[in-house]
Design a protein. Sequence first.
Length: 489
Amino acid sequence: MQSDRWQKQLQMALEASPPTEGGNRARPHVHLIGIGGAGLSAIAHVLLERGIQVSGSDRQESERTRRLAAAGAKMFGRQRAHQELAGLPPQERPDVVLISSAVDETNPERQTARKLGIPVVKREAFLRPLLAGRDVIAVSGTHGKSTTTAMIVQTLHANGCDAGYIIGADLPGFGNARAGAATAFVIEADEYDRMFHGLTPAVAVVTNVEWDHPDCYPTPDSFAGAFRHFLAQVRPGGCVISCADDPGAEALRTERPAEDGPEWLTYGLDHGCDVRAVPETVNASGGYTAAVHSAGEPIGRLQLQAPGLHNLRNALAALTAARRCGVPAAQCLASLRQYTGIGRRFELKGTRQGVTVIDDYAHHPTEIQATLAAARNRFGERRIWAVFQPHTFSRTSALLHKIARSFDNADAVLVTDIYAARESGDRALAAAEVAAASAHPSIRHSGGIEDTSALLHNEVTAGDVVLTLGAGTSHRIGELLLERLGTDG
């Protein structure tokens, strides 16, 4: 496949039934650089289920890469991947190379693919043939995408719909991806690098629109503009479901064309929402029980195990999307009651010597605030440690003062060295700037993963709650702390 021919051939292969064992080389071969990442690993699983040949490489082995290898993906050696790619006979070379957003022009493997004449694409271009012919339910928003996507997936499957899906985290019992036999396909619609511009959804969910990724979107308006572009691609007869409590999402709704657009439904806690929740009580896990109304009429009671008002809103989005797919309200509510969470979203890592460790992916100030509020709801007067790992220099610089004001519900705050991801700079200095900018009475820079874990080990006492926050490697801090506490005595 050369130029755009790979798209047509991949689409044709995906529409056909998977080949039988021992079949010939008629099927396309897709190679993924960065195959261990959340986005590409999910795509790889869908391809493998559909009988497509898959190979890939990543900087390090992980549970995701091991699962893919066990499912039939060929893994290239991480140090010599470009040489292995160049050494393949022409008939065994990939037809297309899919790269993650972190793979830049200097990557030797990417350069080798170009020299061999193999098309190199990002997710935005790849999603079109991957999801052609599917009824796509795309979940977008600055916050809550993974959780809302997972809630929709669990609800559809609990009610007999074998939907395909791609989630940015692991859902217990589901993993992060499935090809699915139904026409419906639920996908976390990532705004980073404009991935979601490759989607033409039947249903588009907008949880919120709040400026993020300044390395990709230099201004808030450019960020909102990317969402406008995404929503303009909702197919005729489709539906947009947005949170009326969020100013950014509401701005998109109020500025939409009055005619010839998709149906637009709103959800939230506000009186004017099409689907509204009225919170009643908070249970022991921090989850809300709420009366739910649709078009002003009561449709039942939502009881959540997932903590926080933000998860109540996520559940309303999932309820609205699942009903749009034909699941009755009562069955949606029953399914959502069984939802317990996904990896790295208020995930209980363990308790040792009376110290509870929880990990969360929160890395944007709004997410930090929501997660700490949920923790305070759940743990009351217990001492809460917020252990925050800043994520990327560009985000930390652009949102510095908002981050610094995000820790009110924590009793003590540790700021670790920054997780640079695809960027470079002084990791310790950037983290120290966050601590210096904050007025919190107990905040300090704590260094790297090992140093932070050791500091916590020396200072935590029975009854404390340690909440690690960040999109990088912050989860390792809590894991190391539990190991240390487990060996005491």
